[in-house]
Write a protein that binds this ligand. Sequence first.
Ligand code: PRP
Length: 178
Amino acid sequence: MSYKLGEVILSRETIARRVREMAEEIANDNGRDKGLVVVGILTGAAFFLTDLVREMPEDMDVRVDFMSVASYGDSTTSSGVVRIFHDLKSSIEGKNVLVVEDIVDSGLTLSHLIDLLNGRNPASLKVCVLLDKYERRKTEVKVDYCGFRIPDKFVVGYGLDCAGMWRHLKDIKYVIEE
Ligand code: PRP
């Protein structure tokens, strides 16, 4: 099968506007003087995260950390496992944590990750995703901040890839499979 770039689903302007709104909402909810550890899940979320935190107020105590994980198991497996390729640099115990993902699809990665991070006793743990492919959910995940709900179509750009390609696109586009 070969892949071609299709139409834009979310333009860079639409994304930027929504990212600003989300950053404002997160800053208002969290409070500026309470610290917030923003945890990006590599690789895709790095693009969204860096734009998101730069829209947060300068006087807000924001820290950034990253994890690289892969999830195994499915909704019929009793306990899911997250394999950690790269862990956080700092402890999140007693901290307010915001997990940032580019996309939630089946929900397995996030639900396993939330269990794992909650086991480290943060003061609070919230989830922020840019895209929600809600039709594909296999397990329930509480998403506190969602950029856009999108249909179950293959999309790339702004961090999302097709076999490693097209993450660098400024707009999010459909992929045409031929
Ligand atoms: C994507 C995304 C989530 C996961 C969502 O990561 O960033 O981590 O898939 O899917 P799920 O809800 O079905 O678990 P991917 O494995 O493509 O890694 P990448 O960010 O490095 O591209």
